[in-house]
Design a binder for this molecule. Structure first.
Ligand code: PLP
Length: 383
């Protein structure tokens, strides 16, 4: 049996998405900028996808800027507001962490808010940091490693009241919780196709029309001059199809996903003494659990589960090539050991009860085997 429980890294592409894309990889090959029928048909497809993506997040189509993925969207938003002071958190995705480091190298003051043991920031501390010099607040909506949710609606009203631009990395939130820009005033929103059943290498920055935008990539006039380069037409069409499915289909299934996630969590916690869930008490996505296993090297457990056909991860996919344990789990637990011992399981609407039962059996068996062979004490809890 093969079980994929790494949906926060990427999601399998839906067959309906592939069907929508295929014509744009074959006979509909036109360049959307061309002044003939081939071009016009590609341009129409791009615009239809823009409508779908806009609807997914409650925006106007003209506010959707297609790009190569959320990493580019995040880089674009952060570099658009490059002076004064930037407020962010210590648990951001690498795209944000590295982008703000660059600003810092250029002399911008960066404030990184800490999180508590549940992964939450102190919103009043964030409010205190907003002053006349603050040019941007940038933070996640849903954390990719723990599923923890920041109170974006509350943060958005604080930023709006002080006229401080807000960028939100909503990559893990869209399709899983309501992300509606008509209800929450967000200046820049980054989203990614491959986290919602669409193809990789395509994403969008949704920009409030009153916000400034400095193109990161210059050249031709594509995307109304905001992002140069011939559009990834098939990718954008796939993103549009995935956005349509996410809006009409996937979001409704969160309750059954939560039930399976809770079963996985409850049984593992009951059967592995001292195991814990990182960020369990805070608000979080229904599909994610990040479990700490005392006395266990998380990478070893991930490798053994992989050999049993079960795909899970330690940290984020972008960080998993590094030997350092997750900066997110370290920030929550204040412990290197706890971060080394933690493993993320991320489910989706395609996860079945059989897959969860199979995973529970293997996780319990293999975790106990590692504990036995490494002779570590299984009764140290880090929270
Ligand atoms: N932000 C978060 C929270 C993510 O999980 C990811 C994907 O790993 C990204 C940004 C980057 O997205 P992309 O792969 O589209 O560049």
């Amino acid at each position: 049996m093969r079980v994929y429980l790494d949906h926060n890294s990427t999601t399998p592409i839906d067959n309906r998405v592939v069907d929508a894309m295929l014509p744009y990889l074959t006979e509909q090959f036109g360049n959307p900028s061309s002044a003939h029928g081939f071009g016009a048909s590609a341009a129409r497809a791009v615009e239809a996808s823009r409508v779908e993506v806009a609807e997914l997040v409650g925006a106007e189509p003209r506010d959707v800027l297609f790009c190569s993925g959320a990493t580019e969207a995040i880089n674009t938003a952060i570099s658009a507001v490059a002076d004064g002071k930037v407020v962010t958190t210590v648990v951001e995705h690498a795209a944000t962490l590295r982008s703000v480091e660059r600003l810092e190298e250029r002399g911008v003051d960066v404030v990184r808010l800490p999180v508590d043991s549940q992964g939450l920031i102190d919103v009043s501390r964030l409010a205190e940091e907003l002053d006349a010099r603050t040019s941007l607040v940038t933070l996640l909506w849903a954390n990719n490693e723990t599923g923890g949710l920041f109170p974006i609606t509350e943060i958005a009203s604080i930023c709006a009241a002080r006229s401080v631009p807000l960028h939100v990395d909503a990559v893990q939130a869209v399709g899983r919780i309501s992300v509606d820009l008509r209800e929450t005033q967000i200046d820049y929103l980054s989203i990614s196709s491959h986290k919602i059943g669409g193809p990789k290498g395509v994403g969008a920055l949704v920009v409030n029309p009153s916000s400034t935008l400095r193109p990161l990539i210059v050249g031709g006039h594509q995307e109304r001059g905001a992002r140069a380069g011939t559009e990834n037409v098939a990718g954008i069409v796939g993103f549009g199809a995935a956005a349509h499915l996410a809006r009409t289909d996937i979001a409704r299934r969160q309750d059954s996903i939560r039930a399976l996630r809770d079963q996985l969590e409850t049984e593992i916690l009951a059967r592995i003494p001292g195991s814990w869930v990182n960020g369990q008490k805070g608000p979080r996505l229904a599909n994610t659990t990040n479990i700490g296993f005392p006395g266990i090297d998380g990478d070893e457990l991930v490798a053994m589960l992989d050999a049993a056909g079960i795909a899970v991860s330690t940290g984020s996919a972008c960080g998993s090539a590094s030997v350092e344990p997750s900066h997110v789990i370290r920030a929550l637990t204040k412990s290197y050991e706890a971060a080394k011992s933690s493993v993320r399981f991320s489910l989706s609407h395609i996860t079945s009860p059989t897959e969860i039962s199979y995973t529970i059996e293997y996780v319990v068996r293999l975790a106990k085997e590692i504990q036995r062979t490494t002779h570590k004490s299984p009764n140290v809890s880090h929270l």
